[in-house]
Design a protein around this ligand. Sequence first.
Ligand code: ADP
Ligand code: MG
Length: 237
Amino acid sequence: MIVLKDINKTYYTGKTSLHVLKGIDLKINQGELVSIMGSSGSGKSTLLNIIGMLDNHDSGDFCLNDEKIEHLSEKKAAFYRNKFIGFVFQSFNLISFKNAMENVALPLYYQKVPRKLRNKSAMEYLEKMGLAEWAHHLPNELSGGQKQRLAIARALISRPKVILADEPTGALDSETSIEVMKIFKEIHASGITILIVTHEREIAAETERIIRLKDGRIESIIENGQRKKWLESQHMA
Ligand code: ADP
Ligand code: MG
């Protein structure tokens, strides 16, 4: 589904350059639920943004669904994003002056789906997320957990193959985080590939593989079977 070979990325700001990703090799199979951990600045968001075609890599190969992704025009990138990817962010990225239903329907607006149809579809996804009665409320009338469920509904409405979530529980209390993680697991059970960037061991431990980034390199990949052991060693440390 996602294949990265020797991916490098450098940011240039003025006279300084920052080599953020230093030869990332990674393969993620269709239907996997994977987490990415690592300290702040290790390149997690950069990696996610490259996979989500929000940013370009400098060198190396990146294939998504057997298609080589390189030098995409903004139009082509948007096309692939709409077709394959759903994003979920820590800060929800909801539009404050649009109600819940309109926020969820937004990806279909960009796909030029007629209003009636897109609102109908939005209502179905709101219902799935237990938010039907909030359809006509603005985001600031919702709790953090509800906002994130709204953002997840918006990510799902275009039927993506992959969900990319950048610290989706970072702004939520632990009880709400568990709730949101449960939703990701349900989505995963429906066959969608999910990548979650997280700082929280409890969240990472719910995934099938944990990829640890350090200074732009993959430090380790912890597979399902080793998870429990790893968690225990973390708690003892
Ligand atoms: P993480 O998500 O692991 O915290 P990021 O991928 O966001 O890390 O960032 C890695 C490094 O790259 C950080 O030092 C950050 O300041 C820098 N960085 C991220 N985006 C940009 C950018 N657009 N321009 C310049 N530097 C950036
Ligand atoms: Mg980040």
